[in-house]
Ligand binder design. Sequence first.
Ligand code: DON
Length: 563
Amino acid sequence: MKKIIFFFAISLLLINCKTTPEPEKITGLIAEKAMVVSAKQEASKIGAAILQKGGNAYDAMVATHFALAVVYPVAGNIGGGGFMVYRDKDGTTGTLDFREKAPITAHKDMYLDENGDVIENKSTLGAHAVAIPGSVAGVFAVYEKFGSLPFKDLIQPSIDLARNGYVVTKNEAEDLNGAADRFKKVNNYETVFGKEWKEGDILKQEELAKTLERIRDFGKDGFYKGETADFLVNYVTELGGIISHEDLEKYEAVWRNPITFNFKGYKITSMDLPASGGICLAQILKSIEPYDLSKIAHNSTEYIQLLTEAERRSYADRAHYLGDIDFVKVPVDSLTDTNYINKRMRSFSWDKATPSSEVSQGKILGYESDETTHYSIVDQFGNAVSVTTTLNTGYGSKVVVKGAGFILNNEMDDFSVKAGVPNVYGLVGSKANEIASEKRMLSSMAPTIVEKDGKLKMVIGTPGGSTIITSVLQNILNVTEYNMGMQESVDKARFHHQWLPDYITLEPNGFNADTKNKLESLGYTIFEKNSLIIGRVDAILVLPDGKLEGGADKRGDDAAVGF
Ligand code: DON
């Protein structure tokens, strides 16, 4: 019997060597000049049509953002917030923070009962979970600084889609049906979403169309003032929430400096606080920079070990140090300093997992304690835009503003509602991220742009809560260290570690038994689950010949459109 198996194995090997052609390389959509990659075909098409009309990447950002608010209600939004990283055609980079803010009357203990315990669901479901939306202010800040086409041309396709309806996909019908009970529980009227959906149904949103028309006609004031603001404040108040007209009128998006660092000859530009994405990416990439990845196979035990240990240490720092930079002092330079990071990695051993219980934040001298979606755009002029935007969990708070037809976020849960108590993504936090009036909650979002030799190389980002950072990280490594194309990279199985809870999340069916057994024998706990939180990466790669390759995540309905 042994002989037969041996013969069979040798024959297979020979057949493989001689006759099996190289497996065909997976490639995404290739475009000559310009591309939009987003969570939905309709939104990518609307963005690409704006580029085709001569609009720039910023015009396309505006159009794509509104389109996603219509055709991707699970995360696309006008009732949420987000971050944009851009690289202009002249090479300058910058970021826009349109993250939600805590209401003026918010306070540290607002989600705790009289015993100081967290009140279940209060920061995630219903009117109390809602933070002041930033998306519409964000879109206008971008348009005012960079827009070139008339604003009404950018928003009209989304108004039409909301009014005439769009076709519900299978994934969407499942998502909507999964949330139907919560829509019914939270709202005191029958919303357009809270019913039984099936693939192929048409979803029309007349009230949302009217809200978008007010934004078209009155600009930012069409959302933060007047009728839309009245609808929002009245309904949130009716449901017991605390958002006021003053909250809406005071909201401003903020232009901030990006976090920029080098990794093995690549220049990486990402989002700084209140998003933790850029700082954590810098920490993790710098932690692994001294290792020669050409000697470590992709997704092997050693690869997972190395990234996990770097991630564990970075997320421990995140939990302790990071919060809204306008409110707390964060030692960003020290946290991303190469010497500090090398020191943190000294306790890493190839022979044994470092338990998270033995890792806490690193020591910084002189420091005093005190369902998201991503789209990437490159235009025919060379501008690049990377935007991650969210309502937080799928359909946010599930509050659908009566009379105005849009969903409100539940971003308040991204604060540390109580020190050490995990949020929906299992992330813990401390003082730096506690709730305060008008403060921005810490985010994991990481819209990122990669350059090589002064030229644009990649535009990337993803949803996925705490896994955003590690998904962006792995895709950067896939392309820069493992020479993958964009779609090939996006398709690859992903894994994640975030210090606490102390386990490695593996995407199901992506890792072989041998790798998992070896990891377990080294003391790692493996958690394999089918979950949204392994992200939906939508990215664009500039190929050596200057063409663009899209990477649209097959885990969702994501699509690349270009020309
Ligand atoms: O800002 C954050 O980190 C979270 N609110 C992101 C949520 C998210 O990615 C949900 N998507 N799956």
